[in-house]
Design a protein around this ligand. Structure first.
Ligand SMILES: Cc1ncc(C[n+]2csc(CCOP(=O)(O)OP(=O)(O)O)c2C)c(N)n1
Length: 631
């Protein structure tokens, strides 16, 4: 039985001696590599915070003290130290452990929103609440240098610095990387110290001297820290924080657990907001991760532990976008690309390799990305902002007021739209086609397959005077589905028998709709399947088609409220078309993590479930029933 098996909660850590703590850190890394190699998940970030998380849980008393992890992808070690090791076989699986903190799992988890740069705001609020309620509790926020590039983090710091009596400790986990190296002035500032040779030399010297002393204990670590502090003052990298009015401790070697503990105890003693600057290495302790150029195993799929090789994924939607975008870059010198710290995940790396001067990584800053894109458009370029669909939510006002109001030609490419699954509620991209419906002038394209992705991207970047959106899901695209006809701007995919049912299949749901058509045909029901391609604005051809059919069914992998189906229904009402309409989409609730296919099944978004409902409706119509639009 290993030490890890004996950890049922943070308090168990306090009884361990130095050797045991070192052994535990070793076991945790071994455990994480073994488990994540089977399920996939956030490995690099967690390998980097093993000692840091142990130190936090030894110094602070969670859950009385609250530990808030920014983004939450680095909370696996925290899960292990709060008694959840047994759940790791089912990490990110349906009914199993969440890949992020989860309040349903543990009292030790506070925040489960995996959108970055929020921890300091949550911590600010918690600390204010405890102060007002007279509760003596610390709030510890753990924030990466990547998350610190998000504007919200600075809005929070601005407030936090104002109140000197709040028990708030901000641990900056500085590994120099988001996925790729963190960019920007702040990142450069943090790097100044990390890479300063004077600092390294003095630190080595001090360490050597101290190692020569018998019985090195906390007092000596204090000395070490004092020396660091003196030297640090000389180099003045902490000025930024201290000028804001925040106390600053560090920088500390985040893999030296004892040193981190001393820094945290010091921070605790201030009884006011303090920054503890901890330097770690992403992927630390697993060679394959440390050497991994692209992202140090930020979030690999299942992989081989010995070789570090990921299981082959096959082509995904992102690859097609990456390829077409790089090609377009050669044809259009005015095309520029913007990523919010996710160059590879959103597929801008090929474009960036060919046109680095036209590629901008703005940090985890979707709002700024959007308004900066407006500026680029005003300056005569056509920006393509590539983000995961769920993260565009951040920038809604910027899309509305900064881009659309100014009629800027900006193309937003939304990857991971629809159900993403494994990463849980906050990663599903099920909101975009609802929130963007309200933006005047904005056009949304939902390609059904790879060929349409290329085609619609090209159409989108040709729009010079309005925002355009191209959204596509996670995973591999289906084989291309060729149209049999065109109606307005819509592709007709199936036209069979009488005009009983008009199926409007949106994006990846077009292929599902073709399957549905096969089932309906087998039942003698006539069916037309159309893919609108551009789902906003509503194509007038859809209104005409709807008028000609007995039943209209729209299918989309977006929230049902305010989505494409809802807007289509509204449009038909306005046009006085009384064809009954059935809306198929994602129920408007937060979805637990599970495989994408399983979630779609649970939402009734399979050919079988959709066909069953339609057969019932058509049968009712055949018997003279009047269908009411209730969904
Ligand atoms: C608003 C938002 N945009 C993008 C992401 C995707 N994302 C997840 S982790 C991450 C990098 C985080 O870097 P950092 O905070 O330094 O943590 P590290 O992984 O380096 O420990 C990004 C960009 C996100 N979670 N939230």
């Amino acid at each position: 039985m290993g030490l890890l098996d004996r950890i049922t909660g943070p308090r168990d850590l306090r009884d361990l001696d130095e050797d045991q703590l070192a052994q535990l850190a070793f076991e945790i890394r071994d455990f994480l590599v073994a488990k994540v190699s089977r399920t996939g998940g956030h490995l690099g970030p967690n390998l980097g915070v093993v000692e840091l998380t142990m130190a936090i849980h030894r110094v602070f008393d969670s859950p009385t003290d609250r530990v808030v992890f920014d983004t939450g992808h680095q909370a696996y070690v925290h899960k292990l130290l709060t008694g959840r090791a047994a759940g790791f076989d089912s990490l990110r699986q349906e009914g199993g452990l969440s890949g992020y903190p989860s309040r349903a799992e543990s009292d030790h988890d506070v925040v489960e929103n995996s959108h970055a740069s929020t921890a300091l705001s949550y911590a600010d609020g918690l600390a204010k609440a405890y102060a007002i309620r007279g509760e003596d509790r610390y709030v510890v926020a753990v924030v990466g240098d990547g998350a610190l590039t998000g504007g919200m983090a600075w809005e929070a710091l601005n407030n936090i610095a104002e109140n000197h009596d709040r028990k708030l400790v901000i641990v900056v986990n500085d590994n120099g990387r988001s996925y790729t190296p963190t960019v920007g002035g702040l990142a450069n500032h943090l790097t100044t110290l990390r890479t300063n040779p004077r600092y390294e030399q003095v630190l080595d010297l001090v360490k050597k001297r101290l190692n020569g002393v018998r019985g090195v204990g906390p007092a000596v670590y204090d000395t070490l820290h004092a020396v660091k502090k003196g030297m640090k003052d000389a180099l003045a990298p902490q000025g930024l924080f201290e000028d804001l009015g925040l106390k600053y401790v560090g920088p500390v070697d985040g893999h030296d657990r004892a040193a981190v503990e001393i820094a945290l105890v010091q921070a605790q003693r201030f009884d006011g907001p303090v920054i503890v600057h901890v330097m770690t290495k992403k992927g630390f302790g697993y060679d394959a991760a440390e050497r991994h150029e692209a992202d140090q195993f930020h979030s690999p799929g299942p992989f081989n532990v010995e070789t570090g090789e990921e299981n082959p994924k096959g082509q995904i939607w992102t690859d097609i976008f990456a390829d077409e975008m790089a090609t377009l870059g050669g044809e259009r010198k005015d095309l520029v690309a913007i990523t919010a710290a996710m160059l590879h995940p959103v597929g801008l790396h090929l474009f960036a390799a060919r046109y680095p001067e036209r590629t901008f990584d703005v940090g985890i800053a979707e709002q700024h990305a959007t308004t900066s894109a407006a500026g680029l458009a005003m300056g005569g370029l056509h920006p393509v902002v590539a983000v995961y669909a769920t993260f565009l939510n951040r920038a809604f006002d910027q899309v509305l007021m900064d881009v659309a109001l100014h009629r800027c030609g900006v193309t937003f490419v939304l990857d991971r739209a629809g159900v993403t699954g494994d990463d849980g509620a906050s990663h599903n991209g099920m909101w975009d086609m609802s929130i963007l419906q309200v933006v005047p002038g904005l056009r949304i394209a939902a390609p059904r397959d790879g060929a349409r992705l290329r085609e619609l991207l090209r159409e989108a970047v040709r729009v010079p005077d309005a925002p355009t959106v191209v959204r596509f899901p996670k995973g591999p695209p289906i084989a291309d589905v060729e149209a049999v006809d065109r109606a307005g701007g819509c592709d007709v995919l199936v036209r069979s028998g009488a005009k009983d049912v008009l199926l409007v299949g949106i994006g990846s749901m077009a292929a599902v709709s073709v399957e549905v058509a096969g089932r309906l045909r087998a039942q003698g029901i006539g069916v037309t399947v159309v893919d609108p391609r551009w789902v906003k604005p509503v194509d007038p051809a859809l209104v005409d088609l709807a008028r000609d059919h007995r039943l209209l069914v729209s299918v989309e992998d977006n929230g049902i409220v305010g989505g494409c189906g809802a807007v289509l229904l509204q449009t038909l009402n306005e046009a006085r078309v009384d064809t009954p309409v059935r809306l198929k989409g994602i129920p408007q609730r937060f979805l637990d993590h599970a495989k994408r296919t399983k979630i779609l099944e649970d939402c009734g978004l399979t050919d079988k479930a959709i066909a069953r409902g339609i057969v019932e409706d058509v049968t009712a119509l055949d018997h003279g029933a009047t269908l009411v639009n209730v969904e």
